[in-house]
Design a protein around this ligand. Sequence first.
Ligand SMILES: *Cc1c(COP(=O)(O)O)cnc(C)c1O
Length: 335
Amino acid sequence: MSLSLADVLAARRRMAGVAVHTPLVPSPFLSARCGQNFLLKLENTQPIGAFKLRGAVNAVFGLPAEANGVTCCSTGNHGRGVAYAARARGLRAVVCMSSLVPRAKVDGIRALGAEVRIAGRSQDDAHAESRRLAKEEGLVEISPFDDPLVIAGQGSIGLELMEDRPDLAAILVPLSGGGLAAGVALAAKAIRPDIRVFGISMDRGAAMHEAMRAGRPVEVEEVPSLADSLGGGIGMDNRLSFPICRDHLAGVVLVTEEEIYRAMQALYFEDRLVAEGASVVGAAALLAGKLPAFSGPVATIVTGRNVDMAAFTDVVCGRDIQLGDYLVKGSAYGS
Ligand SMILES: *Cc1c(COP(=O)(O)O)cnc(C)c1O
């Protein structure tokens, strides 16, 4: 199984009219910190509020006519994308999620007409449930990251970035299961082999980072995080996203919960954006001084806006956030 730019181009044709070619806007505040033009790719403006619509549409619209329904496991946004795409095709969708998934994401999926199953306390538990449904109810399972059509769909972001700013020196990609980073790296490097694509993860439970260090998929413990969309493993039987990330990423940078907290505040107060924790990790890495120097413009992907608004309000107001038994000490922005 190999993926190429042709698969990404095909994905883009298939998603036309459903997923949006999103804006790429400069952030004056982050540009000043970077010393280079720093751009935000606003995937929060997709119809479901997150980029995952791209891969989901490509996978669901790519199914044969006789498919009688789809299932998936999800940290929230993939389920939303699959639900949206399945509704557009008139297919049944069952989304399996763990109890760690925030309420706002669960409600958003139900509102799109999908059935929701809450299974266990980790992505692995949710995955086991979607696999069972696929087997017992004849639904087609769509992986959030380890599926060629999903990766090609997410790769359309890399295509748009290179079309809009062919002079980019680097792309900072929020990294969990690696479908997004694999697709973006594949597309961008097919067009500009010298561009550097970095994955950014939270420092607690960074599954792809651990796998790249070990040279094979490894189990990680999933813990509550401000970047809830980045939780979960990459699958011990990973076929695609792991080798592509391993071969194409320039490196992986890890950020702390405190750095994610401050970046959520910065994007809100400086760029007026409501962005979920997973989508600010690129800005967090920059603000924390964890990135190398760049020789040209840099873009990061603001991957989604589907944050629990009560928790988001706590962050922008500088309140403490309790994540399981981990406390993120709050402080007002700029103090
Ligand atoms: C899924 C998701 C990611 C990570 O994508 P992967 O393909 O799993 O690496 C990042 N941000 C948001 C908002 C997501 O929903």
